[in-house]
Design a protein around this ligand. Structure first.
Ligand code: IMP
Ligand code: MG
Length: 419
């Protein structure tokens, strides 16, 4: 039966975040009932204030209710019955929460910055809700103590797509500050290279700044890079020109990762390569196939820009083929749209973040925050990190800087409160 729902589902499911859409829908009701678009031509100023106060109260009540539903879901999680929570019925795609989310306080904080309650024509948007969720997560992490590990995606999160982390990037000072507080940092990127030099080329602004800083060596060594999603671990090496050295894989991989045999890896990449080639042929893409030790991808010919639809079609087609293959059941993989390329990597960022947690002695998911830009369910590689820890979804490197400033501010406020 092709109901409207199914059509919508097939067309949009991979481009929607169900929790955000649901919260947006709830906030739309007070917006429709209380915002006063006609006010632009007929009411005095006090009415705008009155409207904002009413709408803020109603938005706030909704955020409190959602916060409670999440607490209830967490209780069910604890009892191993998360499939029976009310939130699960309302938002079927919902997963696990590592901490409660302080949505009410986060709403008040973002409302002050974004003046959401004063808007008369534009209802609370996807970005409003995304940023409220980020703040709620940061608030919750800081109130329960120090965040021990922060992992960052690379492209779009730390630097613009396809670029490198340069010395003048505002994020450098923030990352140095985190290290100076003893926070562990993992850069969990899809970029998979077999030489440290290639990582140095992408990250030299940060690596050189760490080298030149007067941080104690133990703090400098709290930076690691997890490349190829979960394939290569490099640790900071002050004495080396590339400032990084590979840690032998057998010493850091998790027990489950030992089951990914070389034979299976090769066969998964062979299937992926054929599927990618098919897409290149069918859609007449001017692309080159890149096969690596633990990844295969397509990159555009010089100067070519693929359409979003072509990239998404390729990801979804390849993902489907791998998902139904027998090797795809044995070895985790990640097929994703990298903005102007498509890659299939062995493993994914769940394993990447977990490897960082283990490397630093077993840090819990509730003490770890992963910051990334790709959180849609298909074709996005940060999504899987949600299985390993708390997350923040940013849209560009400037937002990462803002988020880190927020972490600092809220931690300082919290410390003052404790004193
Ligand atoms: P991320 O945003 O830091 O995860 O990096 C994603 C980008 O890394 C992709 O869009 C590719 O352009 C690039 N890249 C380079 N090598 C690889 C690889 O082996 N697998 C996946 N992506 C790669
Ligand atoms: Mg990215």
């Amino acid at each position: 039966m092709t109901t409207r729902y199914r059509v919508e589902y097939a067309l949009k499911t991979h481009r929607r975040d169900q929790l955000i859409e649901w919260i947006k829908g709830l906030l739309a009701v007070p917006f429709v009932l209380h915002s006063q678009p006609t006010g632009v031509f007929e009411t005095p100023r006090e009415t705008v204030e009155h409207m904002a106060t009413t709408v803020r109260r109603r938005y706030g009540e909704i955020m409190r209710d959602v916060e409670e539903l999440i607490n209830d879901h967490i209780k069910h999680q604890g009892a191993g019955k998360q499939d029976r929570s009310k939130l699960k019925l309302l938002v079927p795609s919902i997963g696990s929460f590592f901490t409660p989310l302080l949505l009410y306080d986060a709403f008040l904080y973002q409302d002050q910055k974004r003046m959401i309650s004063y808007r008369r024509f534009v209802p609370p948007s996807f970005n409003d809700v995304r940023l409220i969720l980020n703040t709620a997560q940061v608030l919750s992490l800081t109130r329960s103590g120090h965040t021990e590990l922060i992992t960052f995606d690379g492209d779009v999160t730390l630097y613009d797509d396809g670029q490198s982390l340069l010395a003048d990037n505002d994020v450098v000072a923030r990352l140095l500050f985190l290290l100076s507080k003893g926070t562990k940092i993992g850069i969990v990127t899809a970029a998979g290279y077999t030489e440290p030099r290639r990582y140095y080329e992408r990250l030299h602004g940060l690596l050189d700044a760490i080298h030149l800083s007067n941080l104690p060596l133990v703090f400098k060594q709290n930076l690691i890079v997890l490349g190829g999603e979960s394939n290569y671990l490099l640790k900071y090496d002050d004495g080396h020109l590339d400032r990084l050295m590979f840690v032998p894989r057998h010493t850091w991989i998790l027990p489950e990762m030992r089951d990914w045999s070389l034979e299976d890896i090769k066969s998964l990449l062979d299937i992926a390569q054929i599927a990618l080639q098919d897409c290149v042929t069918n859609m007449k893409l001017d692309a080159e196939i890149i096969r690596k030790e633990r990844a295969v991808g397509i990159i555009p010919a010089h100067g070519v820009k693929f359409a979003r639809e072509q990239l998404e079609e390729t990801v979804l087609a390849v993902h489907k083929i791998l998902e139904v293959s027998s090797v795809g059941q044995r070895v985790p993989f990640c097929a994703f749209n990298g903005g102007n390329d498509v890659f299939v990597d062995i493993g994914n960022k769940e394993w990447g973040v977990r490897s960082c947690q283990q490397f630093f002695g077993g840090i819990d998911g509730s003490k770890t925050l992963h910051v990334g830009d790709q959180f849609l369910s298909a074709g996005a590689n940060d999504f899987k990190a949600r299985m390993a820890c708390t997350t923040a979804w940013i849209a560009n490197p400037r937002e990462t800087v803002q988020l880190l400033d927020e972490v600092r501010l809220l931690e300082e406020l919290n410390e003052q409160k404790i004193k």
